[in-house]
Each structure stands twice: as C-alpha cells, then as structure tokens.
Design a binder for this molecule. Structure first.
Ligand SMILES: *Cc1c(COP(=O)(O)O)cnc(C)c1O
Length: 365
C-alpha cells in the first residue's frame, strides 16, 4: 500500500504519444484544449495552465502587483512552495495561525497580522477542505487585499455550492505527480477577472500576447513586453497527459470521498483519535486524510507493523531558516504539530487496503 498515488491513464499515454510524434511539443492546441476542458468539466473559472503549482502562485502574486517588501499572509501549515512563491517576489511571508479542527488558516489570526504593508492573503485548503472563504474575502475587501487560494490539495472541492477555482480573485492548482490530477508536473491559475486572466496569459510567456501578436514580414512576432514576463507556460505534452487523466477524474475523486466516508464512520469513537471537523456547507476533495492522534509515534509504528503507511505529510514551514525560524505566537499551530498524522486515502487503494487500515486503527496503538 502506498501513502499517495500517481495515476496516468491509458488515454494519457495515447495522447502523449500523439504529441511526441507530431513534432509540436510546445504550448499549442492541447494546452488550449486542456484549459477549455478544465473549465467545462470542473467549473473552474478561466484556468491559465502553467508548469507547476508553485508557478501558479508566483504568477498570481505578480498579477496582483506584489512588490518587494510587501507583506503576504499565509499559514505555516502548508508545503514550503507557498512561502517561496512570496520570497521569490522579495516580499515578506507573514504567518497566521490555523484552526486546530481543520488545519486551515484562522480568519481571526489573519486580522491580527494585517499591517499597512499587507497586500495579499494565501489561504491553503488543507487536505482539500475549503478555508472560511467568505470571512477571508470579507477581510480582503475591507483592507483591499488580493486573495490567492492555494488549492494544490483542493481540485474538486466545493465551497457553498461553488467549485474551488470559482470563488476568490485567484486560485492556484497543482498537477504535480501525486496530486489529484497529474500532468507529471503542471498547474493552473484561475482568475475571476478578465483582465487578470489576460495578464496571467501574457506573463506566463515572457509578457507576450500570443493570441494577438502577429508575425512580421521578418518572421518574429511583433510584441511589446510591458511587465516582467516569465517562462512558466504548460507545454502540449503535459497538457495531453492532463486531458487523458481528466476523463477519469470524477470517478477517482468519488473513490477518495467514499474511502474518507468509511474512515469518518469507523473512526468516530476511537479513544485517542480526533477526526478533523468538517462543515456541511463545503465539500472536501480529500487529497489527504489527516487526523489528530495521541501518542503519535506509537500510532505510526503500529501502522507500519501492518504495512500501513501513516505519515505527517507537511510540517509547519516557518521553522525553516530561510523564513527566519519558528513563530512562537502560533499557539494552535504548535498544538497541531504534536498531533497531526495522515493515512492513505487515494483511489489506488483496494477495498482490502481500506479494511486493513480500519482494522489496524481499531485495534488501537
Ligand atoms: C504541491 C503543493 C504546491 C506546489 O505545487 P507544485 O506543482 O509541486 O509546484 C503548493 N502548495 C501546496 C499546499 C502543495 O501541496
């Protein structure tokens, strides 16, 4: 049994082969098609495909106009990429506390961290469970901040009836190898606003307007870069793999949610184990199944004895030297650090695997 899963469908292999044989592997019709299929099938808004989730975050901060020295509020409970996307702009990540019951950023803590330098908030949907987006967007409106959702865990998640990717000004997805939907490496930035989308499309490719720039008689496109452009578009090979995997995505997601449902049912009353508390007004895509357990080392060892991989997926990132060391004021984060552990929840698990996980945990540790 693996802790996480990489899924590449037969169709992905077929489409990828087509691209490789075509002689055109850069961004082209497959990348365009992947974008329109993501939008049509998942309801995410204006997806602009890029070469990683990190690039999607970085690009969002660029389009939001983040400048060196600006402050961006993020949780410490995330993957280090979230923090680096801020540092890459020479901006300052400011760490807010989380809610113990969800591992998501706490809107109250966001309020306390706002200064006159704050320009953006990056909420991270831990495990795929949507953050308190109404509260966060209210704060953003009040202080004129950009909201950039880090939805690397949350493709297929839903907030109050809307898919994640259709709620805040910016949403960044990752299609990295072990995420819900993989393009091997890749990502997408969703923008609600048309001009943001236009800017994201330009700046992912050297700030050149591909759609409207025509080649001159000399051969090269006529263009005028107005801002710093990057080189972070998605190529057709990755896009072909994404298109091929998208077809199976709904079934794969359903299976994750089904397994999570079994866990939630079976682990309701286990001494020393607390499930995360999820509200009914939003749906979790369950990239992870995180729990809070007492005597965590004993738990992990007991699971390992039965070949069940239990693991702490990401530890707080503020403790890295590059971010200046652990923030002592994040009290809830510190408590979460002691107790969090995740168990496998992906669609590669068989019924027998799920049974083994359930039985092992029910026997205690
Ligand atoms: C995976 C991940 C990223 C980065 O995605 P890449 O595609 O690997 O760049 C960012 N944030 C979180 C929370 C992630 O899990």
């Amino acid at each position: 049994m693996h802790f996480v899963d990489t899924y590449i469908s037969e169709k992905s292999i077929k489409l990828a082969t087509e691209v490789l044989k075509s002689g055109f592997v850069s961004a082209g019709k497959y990348a365009d098609k992947f974008e329109s299929e993501l939008e049509d099938q998942l309801g995410i808004v204006n997806p602009v495909t890029v070469n990683s989730g990190t690039s999607a975050l970085y690009l969002a901060l660029a389009v939001a106009g983040i400048q060196p020295g600006d402050e961006v509020i993020i949780p410490a409970q995330t993957f280090i990429a979230t923090g680096f996307s801020v540092l890459m702009h020479y901006a300052v990540p400011v760490f807010a506390d989380i809610q113990y019951e969800t591992a998501n950023i706490d809107p109250e803590s966001i309020r306390q961290k706002i200064t006159d330098k704050t320009r953006a908030i990056i909420p991270v949907h831990w495990a795929g469970y949507p953050c308190d987006l109404d509260e966060i967007n209210d704060i953003a409106r009040e202080y004129d901040l950009a909201v950039i959702e880090d939805a690397a865990h949350a493709l297929g998640s839903v907030y109050k009836g809307k898919p994640i990717g259709a709620v805040s000004r910016f949403t960044a997805f990752s299609f990295q190898a072990i995420k819900h939907l993989t393009t091997v490496d890749g990502g997408a930035l969703c923008c609600l606003d048309k001009d943001d989308t236009y800017q994201a499309k330009r700046r992912r490719w050297f700030d050149i307007d591909r759609e409207n720039s025509k080649p001159s008689i000399l051969g090269e496109r006529i263009y005028d870069a107005k801002n710093t452009g990057y080189k972070c578009h998605m190529n057709d090979l990755s896009a072909a793999i994404g298109i091929g995997n998208l077809e199976d995505f709904p079934l794969k997601l359903k299976r994750r949610i089904e397994i999570a449902g079994i866990y939630r049912d079976e682990f309701k009353d286990i001494p020393g184990l607390q499930l995360l508390t999820y509200k009914n007004d939003r749906k979790c895509a369950y990239w992870l199944f995180t729990m809070l357990v007492e005597r965590r080392i004993d738990f992990i060892k007991k699971m390992k004895d039965k070949n069940v991989p239990a693991s702490v997926m990401h530890q707080r990132i503020d403790n890295n030297s590059v971010f200046g060391g652990i923030r002592p004021d994040l009290a809830v984060q510190s408590k979460f650090d002691e107790d969090q552990v995740s168990i496998p929840v992906h669609s590669g698990l068989t019924d027998k695997d799920v049974e083994l996980v359930v039985d092992t945990i029910k026997k205690g540790w």
